[in-house]
Design a protein around this ligand. Structure first.
Ligand code: ADP
Ligand code: MG
Length: 395
């Protein structure tokens, strides 16, 4: 699937309303931005618009103010950080609609940038109110969406506004949609999905969708426990979803019927408690003592997963292999991240925790694509059409 981008439309000297995802963490005490990854991710599109002499009106939500003005969720600190990153002033406006805003926007010159106030201070934003969307649209000539992270929400600024303006993707949005879209629609094969994380229940739709597309399905992390249980192993005190054991059995059976190679852990790291001071051992999956919990995949499993993945030309990875937040339980995730990052095919990483791990390791640039959207990339991998993507003009 391809959507039109800022390069497919005449932007010269136009007023551009650009939806970004600046929902970033702020320091509790100082209110300063503590992680500006999402700001930096939008800079290529901003720079391109500036080269075209566009007048740039940025808009975003921040946190969950639930339709009310919440002072600590104002976008002032974000405008400040963006100014620093761009080396030019980014003016913060007091609201996102209304006469004062319209007036301020009319004063924006070529290549200048303003940032509207938190969209979610108005309940109409999340309600996708058409009148609110029309007011937002009235500020500009063209709508650019670079907020993949909110593309799974049908809100006024992510979907509604596209009814009133020519709507195109920014570079970030375009990359998300084209890399993941191509992988799902016509992947280079063999195609593998590596799925981990805590629970099956949060990823059933992803498992179902990917299962029908891949040659290799690798399952690790806490969710593998339920699969191991479905295969009859005694998994001690490990995290398990009893109500998903039947589903796990069915999925394994379906994979077998379809000839999908499915890989589960063969050895695991176990701990006597979920704590950094726990006693830790590595055992085969058929030798887990009662009272102990699976906290990571073992070294033989990493080797087996790696040897299967090395022959794949497309890999989508979502979900860590263990409780990587605790260093003693992080090896499996770290080693698998390294293995996948070294594979020369198309490698895609999605999921909040998985992306955090890869970023912490400084490996972002070693993958074809690291998705910026947690919930949005999950829904994309489920095969759903995202409202924010659907609203853009198709190629
Ligand atoms: P993502 O955000 O990448 O999609 P999830 O949210 O599905 O990933 O899951 C991430 C969480 O899974 C991590 O916080 C991690 O601690 C947890 N996890 C991984 N393996 C296990 C395990 N064996 N037991 C319990 N929790 C686990
Ligand atoms: Mg998560």
């Amino acid at each position: 699937m391809r959507v039109n981008t800022v390069k497919d439309i005449d932007i010269r000297d136009k007023r551009v309303l650009m939806r970004v995802d600046y929902n970033v963490p702020l320091d509790r005490d100082t209110g300063a931005v503590t992680d500006d990854t999402r700001l930096r991710a939008t800079i290529p599109t901003i720079r391109y618009l500036q080269e075209q002499g566009a007048k740039i009106i940025l808009c975003s939500h921040l946190g969950r103010p639930d339709g009310m003005v919440v002072d600590r969720l104002r976008l002032g600190p974000i405008a400040e950080r963006l100014s620093d990153l761009l080396g030019q002033p980014v003016k913060q406006l007091p609201d996102c609609i209304g006469a004062r805003v319209a007036q301020a926007v009319r004063a924006v010159g070529a290549s200048e940038i303003v940032l509207l106030e938190n969209l979610r201070f108005h309940p109409e934003e999340e309600a996708n109110d058409p009148e609110f969307a029309r007011e937002l649209a009235s500020l500009a000539d063209i709508y650019v969406n670079d907020a993949f992270g909110t593309a799974h929400r049908a809100h006024a600024s992510t979907a509604g506004v596209a009814a009133y303006l020519p709507a195109v993707a920014g570079f970030l949005m375009d990359k998300e949609v084209s890399v993941m879209g191509t992988a799902l629609e016509r992947p280079n094969r063999p195609f593998a999905a590596v799925i981990g994380g805590a629970k099956i229940s949060s990823k059933i739709a992803v498992l179902d969708n990917l299962m029908s597309k891949v040659e290799v399905l690798v399952i690790g992390g806490g969710m593998a426990n339920t699969f191991l249980k479905a295969q009859g192993y005694d998994i001690g005190s490990s995290l398990v979803e009893e109500d998903q054991v039947e589903y796990a059995k069915e999925l394994l059976h379906k994979a077998w019927e379809k000839g999908v190679k499915r890989l589960l852990p063969m050895d695991v790291v176990i701990a006597d408690k979920i704590d950094k001071d726990a006693n830790v051992r590595t055992v085969p999956v058929n030798d887990i003592p009662s009272g102990w919990s699976i906290v990571d995949i073992g070294p033989d499993t990493v080797e087996e997963f790696a040897s299967q993945l090395r022959s794949c030309l497309t890999i989508i990875w979502n979900g860590p292999m263990g409780i990587f937040e605790i260093p003693a339980f992080a090896n499996g995730s770290i080693e698998l991240a390294t293995v996948i990052s070294e594979i020369s095919g198309v490698t895609i990483v999605g999921g909040g925790e998985t992306v955090a791990l890869v970023t912490e390791m400084g490996l972002e640039d070693k993958f074809t694509h690291v998705s910026t959207g947690g919930g949005a990339s999950l829904e994309f991998l489920e095969g759903k059409e995202l409202p924010g993507v659907a609203a853009l003009m198709k190629k």
